[in-house]
Each structure stands twice: as structure tokens, then as C-alpha cells.
Design a protein around this ligand. Structure first.
Ligand code: ADP
Length: 426
């Protein structure tokens, strides 16, 4: 029976949280979208439901989060975690406040801490103010975000604008004193009628202390950072046994492939490195602006080359080529065309027997996972920070899937990922 039930407001954020939990000793499964009534309860210590609710209309985000909570409660989870971005991505309307309020009401707990800190990635909270590196959130570039511009770094104020309830602060000086002081401060805030507390955190030690202080809380909210302290609570309570390898995945044999739709600098460099070692096909959507024809080319090319050495099929292109296709078709249509082509390729490759598949690009990964009707991902060992191998189940046959957000991974990522599988670490 799972111990921790998590609801994440986007897909890659869900994987980030799931990876954090595995690293800290919990076997974790990520489910895609609100689980249906027939969704089996995974054999895992933590379940992360990945929604796409960060920028959805408030009512939709609240509705889906409550439906996910309801399903997680039925599985017997003892504690719940609402995961959002470490840059606290939201607008004055939501969705962090309204979703948190609704989860609190459903759980009848009347209080939740909010902590997006992720010191390893430079996100820290001091006196309620969120920093990205040395810059305040509103001077970090996030103030120009196209969907959720963050123009105020004071999270007490930011959250205060979108929740019905008063928001308090557990300041640095209290957090420094450790778990008992933090727990007491949160109790006082709750007694004063505050339903939320922004909790300062500058180091991982702070996050561990906050996790310990919240051991008895029904609901926590935050980035993946604050989840690092939670597995230890379950171990201390004798509910979670120490495991040699919480990221162990079933072995899956079968041909390997990489599908790349990210045009990020990191992905372009990874394709460049792969070119010297494995077969690489670069699609040219500008010359062939037709999803079906592109997919056909790719599948014809790949069919005779499939094996344990991965084939790489990439639509990825440098900015001038992307701009040219966008000028020709419009930005959304260009993206949609390439995503459709790559989803077609993924489906065909799986039909041809591919069982180890890497997808590069957030939107591209979303399109592929949807097409393959993947419903759940058991989270395995990380290839590079934030990108684990996963064991995917859902549509057809089980397979190993790695979903890489565009900018993630070292230059040799594609090769390393498959070598790691053959080394038996996943
Ligand atoms: P990232 O994680 O790097 O943001 P995404 O997959 O989320 O990657 O986004 C990349 C977008 O670029 C996708 O919509 C993809 O279809 C599109 N794309 C990929 N190759 C090309 C290309 N050659 N021209 C135009 N758009 C492309």
C-alpha cells in the first residue's frame, strides 16, 4: 500500500519529484493524468499523479487535483504532497493557492506549508522571498515568463493573492533551530488562524528539518526539494524498510531507439556526439512539411537498423531552421506537425519491436507518451540528474522509456543511457 500520494502540476515536475523520492529510498510510480477507476494500485511506496494543471483554468486544475486526491486516498496513502515548480510558477488567479485550498478542505487539515526551495538548483527562500541563484525571483528572468510571469518575489504576498486564507511565515532564524522549532512555529501559526505557511530554506539541511517537522501533516506543498525529508519520516515510523535498490526495474530486452524533437542546445549537442557512434537520421520538416511522409521516411530508414545499438531519429534543428519552418507554417502548426510525425514514428518503432526508447523534448515526450497510451511509469535509476529510466505500462507491451526535458543531460547522454542499461543498473 503506498504511503505518500503526490499530485504534480506538470509532467516533468512529476518525474523530478518521483526521482527525488527514489533517490531517498522510496519505490515510486508516476501515473499519467487522473487515474481511471480501473487503474491498478501500483506496488510502490509513493505514487505521483502527473497532471498538466499549472496553467489550466483554475476550476479545471482544482477539479483534476481533487479527483487525483480522491483516487490516492482510496489507495490508503497516509500523507499527500502537492508539487509545483521551484520558481513558484503561478498567476494571481492560481493555481497554487486554489488547488492547495481545495486539497486542504478535502483533507480537512486546515494547514499546509509551502516551500519551493531547491538549493541544489539555486532556488532558496529567505524571509519569504524566493531567490534564483543570487537574484530575486522577479529579477531572475521569470518576470518575463510567457505564461506565468513572476513579478513579486515575496511568496507570502504572492500566495496571499490567490488563497482565501491568511498566509504566515516560518522565518530563517526558526528554521535554523531545527525540526522541533519549525513544528512549534507551524502550530502557533495554525492556532492564529493561518492556513498556509511559507517556510524559509536555504540548504538541504533545512529541507530535511522541515520534512521532519511536517511528519504529522496530512498535506505538504512545494517543489521536489522539500520532499527529500519525507522518506526518513516513514522509515522512522517503521513503515518503510531500507531497500538496496528502490529504483530497480524489471529487465526488458529489445531494440533501442532515440526520438528527438527538442531543439535545445543540449539536445543538439547530444545528437552531435551520438552521430559519431550510432546511426542517426535527421529529418527535414522544411523540405518535407508532411507528418505522414516524414514518419514514413524515418520508419523505412530505421527498419533495417534496429538492434541493441540505438538508432537516433531527430527532427531537432538549430534556431534558423526552426524559424524557417515556423515562418512557413506558423509556430503552433510547425510544432504540431513535428510532434505528430515523431509520435507516428514512436508508434511504428514499438510495432517493430523497440522496447527501449528515449524521447528528447518535453512536448515531444508528451506527444509520444499519449500516442503509446502509457498510463504508468515505474521510476528507475537516474541517467543524469532529473532523467531516470522508467518502466512504462499502459497501451501495449511493457517497455523501458526515458523522457528527457530538452535542456537536461550531459553531451554523451544518449550513449550513456543505453550503456547503463546493459550494465544492468536499471
Ligand atoms: P524542449 O524540452 O527542448 O522544450 P519540446 O519537445 O518541448 O522540447 O519542444 C520542441 C518543439 O519544437 C516541439 O513542438 C517540436 O515538435 C518542435 N520542433 C522540433 N523540430 C523542429 C523543427 N525542425 N522545426 C520546427 N519545430 C520543431
Amino acid at each position: 500500500m503506498p504511503l505518500l500520494g503526490c499530485i504534480a502540476d506538470d509532467f516533468t515536475g512529476a518525474t523530478d519529484l518521483a526521482s527525488t523520492l527514489v533517490r531517498n529510498g522510496m519505490r515510486t510510480v508516476q501515473l499519467i493524468g487522473v487515474p481511471g477507476p480501473d487503474q491498478e494500485v501500483p506496488d510502490a511506496d509513493a505514487v505521483v499523479v502527473a497532471l498538466k494543471s499549472r496553467t489550466a483554468p483554475v476550476a479545471q486544475a482544482v477539479g483534476e487535483s481533487l479527483a487525483a486526491l480522491e483516487w490516492l486516498r482510496r489507495t490508503g496513502c497516509r500523507q499527500f504532497f502537492f508539487k509545483y515548480c521551484s520558481t513558484f510558477d503561478c498567476t494571481d488567479e492560481g493555481n497554487i493557492g486554489p488547488v492547495g485550498d481545495a486539497l486542504m478542505a478535502a483533507l480537512d487539515c486546515g494547514f499546509a506549508l509551502a516551500n519551493p526551495a531547491f538549493p541544489t538548483n539555486g532556488r532558496t527562500v529567505y524571509q519569504g522571498h524566493l531567490f534564483v541563484g543570487a537574484a530575486l525571483l522577479n529579477e531572475s528572468g521569470m518576470e518575463k515568463h510567457p505564461l506565468t510571469p513572476m513579478r513579486d518575489a515575496n511568496l507570502v504576498r504572492v500566495l496571499g493573492r490567490q488563497t482565501r486564507w491568511p498566509v504566515g511565515l516560518v522565518p530563517f532564524t526558526t528554521v535554523e533551530k531545527g525540526a522541533t522549532a519549525i513544528r512549534d512555529a507551524m502550530t502557533v501559526l495554525k492556532e492564529q488562524g493561518r492556513h498556509w505557511a511559507i517556510v524559509d530554506a536555504v540548504t538541504d539541511a533545512h529541507l530535511f528539518a522541515i520534512g521532519e517537522a511536517a511528519a504529522g501533516h496530512a498535506l505538504l506543498t512545494g517543489g521536489s526539494g522539500v520532499a527529500i525529508g519525507l522518506p526518513e519520516n516513514f522509515r522512522r515510523a517503521g513503515l518503510l524498510l531500507p531497500l538496496a535498490d528502490p529504483g530497480a526495474l524489471p529487465q526488458v530486452r529489445g531494440p533501442a531507439a532515440v526520438i528527438a524533437g527538442s531543439c535545445s542546445r543540449a539536445t543538439l549537442a547530444q545528437i552531435g556526439i551520438a552521430r559519431a557512434q550510432v546511426p542517426v537520421l535527421e529529418l527535414d520538416p522544411l523540405a518535407t512539411p508532411d507528418a505522414e511522409a516524414l514518419a514514413h521516411q524515418a520508419v523505412q530508414w530505421a527498419a533495417g537498423r534496429l538492434g541493441t545499438v540505438p538508432v537516433v531519429i531527430a527532427a531537432s534543428a538549430p534556431p534558423d531552421r526552426v524559424a524557417a519552418l515556423q515562418a512557413k507554417l506558423g509556430r503552433d502548426a510547425a510544432g504540431a506537425l513535428v510532434e505528430r510525425a515523431l509520435a507516428d514514428v514512436a508508434e511504428a518503432l514499438v510495432r517493430l519491436g523497440v522496447r527501449r526508447l528515449m524521447v528528447a523534448g518535453g512536448e515531444t515526450a508528451g506527444a509520444v507518451v499519449t500516442r503509446l497510451q502509457v498510463r504508468s511509469l515505474r521510476i528507475g535509476a537516474e541517467i543524469d540528474p532529473g532523467v531516470p529510466w522508467t518502466y512504462a505500462e499502459g497501451g501495449g507491451e511493457a517497455m523501458l522509456l526515458a523522457l528527457k526535458s530538452g535542456n537536461f543531460g550531459a553531451p554523451d547522454f544518449f550513449i550513456k543511457a543505453f550503456t547503463m542499461l546493459d550494465g544492468g543498473t536499471a
